[in-house]
Design a protein around this ligand. Structure first.
Ligand SMILES: *[C@@H]1O[C@H](CO)[C@@H](O)[C@H](O)[C@H]1NC(C)=O
Ligand SMILES: *[C@@H]1O[C@H](CO)[C@@H](O)[C@H](O)[C@H]1NC(C)=O
Length: 419
């Protein structure tokens, strides 16, 4: 069986002294019917849980530290709930500038005593280009938490496409469902086997201009527990759609949305995706949202913008999920990077066709803690605590020292091809 999904997968924006280049690629997503081992999903086990800080890069990209091998080699990976494989670059076989990136950490195979070859090569296609590699298993640890997974399947890349060249990441850690891992055992299986509760909580901060081009403390991922430090105790859960064995994404029904005088009330499919920077939805609805907030297309930015001084007067965007309304405030869906800027970027994008109707990326996840409940096959949303800083800091004093910066927006939904 082959299913085709068509999605905008990656949007790379380079802002350099006001000049913007945008790479926006559509690719076809294939899916095969191979089912994954899911034995880890049902057994309660070793009672582990832990929290690690999230690094925030320009409010566009949230990364975490992961150790691979014995002894552990440390990487900064996008923890991506929109895909289901782990990959990092193989130092021995990936030698191009695209592989090396800007000082990318690469894996040295000879240094790990626990690495095992799985005797197959795979290509993971993220739409902007792909990563090709050899499949291995090795010990993977969530740095700083004591949580470690033995014999976790992963890909060591021998080739990465040029779109990854300047992305400030060492690789990707997929946290979506096993069906999307296509031939490898998904990390959520490995995690479920060692976690106290089969769930994880994502809490993302908005740091605004302070996080330009640098990694700052941008939130937390809590594995095996609900994050009660940063999130309110009242959680609204909604069941995931589709049978678990064919489930690709953290996907659920979006019952409607409204903003200002516009409302749309029809069931749609949405996914929660930490690897996507923005909210991404169908053209008509997004156009109506733009209209309500007075956003207009800016050819320099290649994005929709509005005057920054209008942000405080804008209405919230309300999403209806599981009968509850979730409000995304204007200071989350409009990004002001520089307090002296006249125009601000609207963190809502359109998507062409296929796949889920809406991708609820970081714009949404910053507004609500997301609880990815693997065992319960549901997703929960909770308000971040008022004490937890989710508003941008005013760091205008440091702006003058900043260099041209790169924004990366990744819509990650993988296809894996056996080579
Ligand atoms: C991997 O580590 C070994 C031992 O430290 C070193 O000799 C080798 O050069 C490294 N390999 C690469 C590709 O850097
Ligand atoms: C912010 O705006 C000021 C004034 O226009 C400018 O000097 C500064 O370079 C800007 N910072 C960034 C990061 O673009």
């Amino acid at each position: 069986m082959m299913l085709c999904r068509f999605l905008i997968l990656l949007l790379l924006i380079v802002l350099s002294n006001g000049e913007v280049i945008r790479v926006d690629l559509n690719r076809r997503i294939l899916k095969n019917s191979q089912l994954q081992r899911t034995e880890g999903l049902t057994k309660p086990k070793h009672l582990q849980s832990g929290t690690q800080p999230y690094g925030d890069f320009s409010d566009m990209l949230y990364i975490a530290k992961i150790g691979i091998g014995t002894p552990a080699q440390t990487f900064e990976l996008v923890m991506d709930t929109g895909s289901s494989n782990i990959w990092v670059v193989d130092k021995a076989t990936c030698q191009t500038l695209d592989c090396k990136g800007d000082n990318r950490n690469m894996f040295n195979k000879t240094k790990s005593s626990t690495l095992k070859s799985l005797n197959k090569d795979l290509e993971i296609d993220y739409g902007t280009g792909s990563v090709k590699g050899h499949a291995y298993s090795d010990t993977v640890e969530i740095t700083g938490t004591g949580i470690s997974i033995k014999n976790q399947d992963l890909l060591l890349a021998y080739s990465v496409d040029d779109t990854f060249r300047h992305q400030p990441i060492d690789g990707i850690f997929g946290l979506s469902w096993p069906a999307a891992a296509e031939g490898l055992n998904a990390p959520i299986n490995g995690l479920s086997a060692v976690l106290d509760q089969h769930l994880f909580t994502v809490y993302m901060k908005r740091l605004g201009s302070s996080s330009y081009n640098v990694i700052e403390d941008g939130g937390a991922i809590t594995y095996g527990a609900i994050d009660t430090n940063n999130c309110e105790s009242e959680i609204s859960y909604v069941n995931l759609v589709e049978d678990m064995n064919s489930r690709y994404y953290w996907q659920f029904n979006l019952e409607g949305l409204s903003i200002g005088d516009y409302s749309y009330e029809k069931n749609q499919q949405a996914i929660s995706d930490t690897g996507t920077s923005f909210l991404v939805g169908p053209q008509k609805q997004v156009d109506n949202i733009y209209q309500q907030i007075g956003a207009f297309y800016d050819t320099d930015y290649g994005l929709y913008v509005l005057e920054c001084d209008k942000i405080s007067g804008l209405p919230s965007l309300n999403l209806k999920i599981g009968g509850n309304l979730f409000a995304i405030p204007p200071d989350q869906y409009v990004l002001q990077f520089n307090s002296t800027d006249t125009y601000c970027i609207v963190a809502i994008q359109t998507m062409d066709a296929g796949g889920p109707d809406w991708i609820l990326g970081d714009t949404f996840i910053r507004s609500y803690c997301n609880i990815y409940d693997i065992g319960g096959q549901r997703i929960g949303f909770a308000k971040p605590k008022a004490t937890a800083a989710t508003k941008p800091k005013d760091n205008s004093a440091s702006l003058s020292t900043l260099q041209p910066f790169v924004f990366v927006i990744i819509f990650i939904i993988s296809i894996v091809i056996k080579l």
